[in-house]
Design a protein around this ligand. Structure first.
Ligand code: ADP
Length: 315
């Protein structure tokens, strides 16, 4: 992004979690306790992570989500504020815990994760509708990630469509109700397995497990009338558009991949911010890929998220 970075305005709607990570010699079996030497705490949640990625890349970012009125929630909000994210649209709810992910990692990097959705599951559609209304005339794009109630996702997508604000949906996870959103024409950004789920909502493909990703993405794009961007880890991103050829963008070269947690969130935040700033879909995706590939060189979802300058350097 360039010197007019401050004019790039993005609203992100989605989950915020606190991640507690324990490294152990092996993953526990049912009923078993394993002990690791330390526990580390990281800010997480796909929505909040994407908001941080966009802010670090130079955008003005508002985040809409929900936390509990507990110390954990206060800490999660403080981390977002410190990253330059506006949290005015966050609901602080009594009687419910802030979302938390309990993560165990073994020496091979294999993990086991349990998420307590907490306040994320209580984010109501009215609050989301109000946040998108407030962003009308301000935001160039609304990014929605779907670890929140289906009604909250629908409120974000339909209000953005009614207000003519461009909308990007990171369908992680794909909800059965996602099919109702197709006609609102959001840009979808699934990873490979989410693309399979999304495609299956539209076409019964259980007899055809080997359909290539490009074909599935094109089928989804022809239903939404909007581009579909498929993130493929070390293979980069595929862009299917209803009116043009599929474009493949390779991932950036990474000397040593340390931790891919949050790579998709980094892609989504930086991609949506660039769209908000008026970039074409392909140029915005290039920025997203460059940022995501830089982010995998550090531990933790947010630690390796690059600045706008670092992204420019990688393009
Ligand atoms: P998700 O975290 O949603 O599953 P992906 O794993 O597909 O998302 O990663 C998103 C993006 O992060 C990729 O498109 C790529 O740009 C970057 N990325 C992920 N893993 C690697 C890797 N091993 N090497 C380089 N870039 C990577």
């Amino acid at each position: 992004m360039t010197s007019h970075d401050r004019a790039i305005r993005l609203l992100v709607v989605g989950a915020v979690n606190v991640d507690l990570v324990v490294e152990t010699d092996r993953l526990p079996g049912p009923g078993e306790t394993v002990v690791g030497p330390t526990v580390t705490r990281h800010g997480g949640g796909k929505g909040a992570n994407a908001a941080v990625a966009a802010a670090r890349a130079g955008a003005e970012v508002r985040y809409c989500g929900a936390v509990g009125s507990d110390d954990t929630g206060a800490q999660a909000l403080a981390e977002l504020r410190d990253s330059g994210v506006d949290v005015t649209d966050v609901a602080v709810l009594d009687g419910v815990a802030t979302g938390m992910a309990l993560i165990v990692v073994d020496p091979q990097g294999e993990n086991q994760i349990a998420v307590g959705a907490g306040a994320n599951a209580a984010l109501d559609a009215e609050s989301v509708h109000a946040a998108v209304e407030r962003a009308a005339g301000w935001a160039g794009c609304v990014l929605v990630s779907t670890e929140i109630p289906a009604a909250a996702v629908a409120a974000a997508v339909t209000t953005a469509a009614a207000r003519g604000i461009r909308c990007v949906v990171n369908p992680a996870p794909v909800l059965p109700s996602t099919v109702d959103l197709l006609t609102s024409g959001p840009v979808f950004t699934p990873n490979a397995s989410e693309l399979r789920d999304l495609h299956r909502l539209i076409i019964d493909d259980r007899d055809a497990p080997d359909v290539p990703a490009a074909e599935r993405a094109t089928a989804v794009a022809s239903r939404t009338g909007a581009p579909v961007l498929v993130t493929l880890g070390a293979q980069g991103v595929l862009i299917a558009d209803p009116v043009s050829e599929v474009v493949a963008l390779p991932a950036g070269q990474v000397a040593r991949v340390v931790d891919t947690t949050g790579a998709g969130d980094t892609f989504n935040g930086v991609f949506a911010a660039a769209l908000a700033g008026g970039s074409t879909v392909v140029d915005a995706a290039r920025r997203g890929v460059a940022a995501a590939s830089l982010s995998v060189a550090s531990v933790g979802a947010r630690t390796g998220m690059p600045s706008g300058e670092e992204i420019r350097g990688a393009l």
